[in-house]
Design a protein around this ligand. Sequence first.
Ligand code: FRU
Length: 503
Amino acid sequence: MKKLLLSALLLINLLSAQNATAQQEKYRPQFHFSPKAHWMNDPNGMVFHNGTYHLFFQYYPEDKVWGPMHWGHATSKDMVSWQEQPIALYPDSLGYIFSGSAVVDTKNTSGFGKDDKVPLVAIFTHHNPVLEKQKTGRHEYQSLAYSLDEGKTWTKYSGNPVLPNPGITDFRDPKVSWYEPQKKWIMTLAAKDRIAFYSSPDLKSWKSESDFGTDAGAHGGVWECPDLFPIMHDGKQVWVLIVNINPGGPNKGSAGQYFLGDFDGKTFKSYSKETKWLDFGADNYAAVTFSNTGNRSILLGWMSNWQYANQVPTDPWRSANTIPRELGLKTFGKELYLTSKPIKELDILNGTAFTEKNLMVKGQVDLSKKAGNPTGLFRLDLNIQKVTDFSIVLANKAGNEMIIGYDKATNQFYTDRSKSGKTDFEKGFGVKHTAPRFSTDPNIPLTLIADAASIELFADGGLTVMTEIFFPDQPMSELFLKSVNGVVVSELKYTALKAARNQ
Ligand code: FRU
């Protein structure tokens, strides 16, 4: 009995110690991946292999600001709880390890496989700081590394670089995938103001196929981190080309645009030259999809923006990723759009929930009492009827407010983080952002996911998405629905979310 009591006491102590560390780390995301310490930017080399999801990331292990880039590494069984692993790739004599992708070379086309071990191959940009200083304009080129032990250790290919620079200053972020109809690898590469497509039988020798984009899409900044993959829609294969851009996003700074079209192994033909945005919030950059996930297209982005990424007030780390999102396609009017939805695996975080039907919101409705959730980690699913102006307000006793709303006159969704807590680290941070509504449905379905320092809004089944980070003085333990003229929430489901870290 005494023994039992002692171990119970020990457990309580242990738990409260864990809690204390979590609380000490102000702003620490509880179910978004963030490194234990130091600087992180783009997700890299995301790949599913032998039951494990691998996430690599741009990482500088010596400081909280951007520096000589490494590939950090984390693994997960469900894309929700991540375990940080030792650094996968270190800078070398060819340069820093910039962004790129990873593939499972099942057919051992590269010849890196040994003793029936299937190689994981990383295709990344070497960025050479010495050549950069010499202004050769040829300081970025593509290289390979492979792993035969589930991504634990990596060997750089002795023939690097595999794709030298043809004289383009920004020549980076290769995303490679297998093109089955012609049994070859396709590399989608960002080349300053366009996308360059290359092909290869073995990942080692690359041939130029075509270019896309000098006359299409947004060009308010340099093109970076592309992705190319098909999605089936009404029995037809539609190719999605993602092109991240910095600056020049719809709400300033970094953002991701996409094109829909056809790809024949050589050329990408876009249905339209207009820009469509993956996310209208300020904090989803360098988003690309996982490799080797069958017919699921799962997108993950860096939840920050180059406009202020180096200044955000977190310690001892900087930056987190978005939640993984499942992509689909949906026609609205004459236009086809990409939709983003939280992956179903996130449901493992679900805690206590409550529902409401036909809730009239005129003035304000306080959901906090019913929610009884001091952590402020939740998912809110709403269906709004009789649509007029409304807002969802995350708040706390310190007077912070993170507002997410809809404005009928402009038919726009918006976020406002001007009073969301700490905003003074960069002058453009504490502002209002807007996003168009595409759907003409009289009802607005919304899903909102809130972590300690972020919200992700999926409106109209993921047609309009907004991702925003914020830094409240205390957890956002309060939640209000507001509407001056009154809306009816025909269905509401509030689900408290559990932390995923350290599981
Ligand atoms: C995008 C980016 C990439 C580059 C990497 C460097 O955020 O600028 O184009 O490879 O970050 O860290």
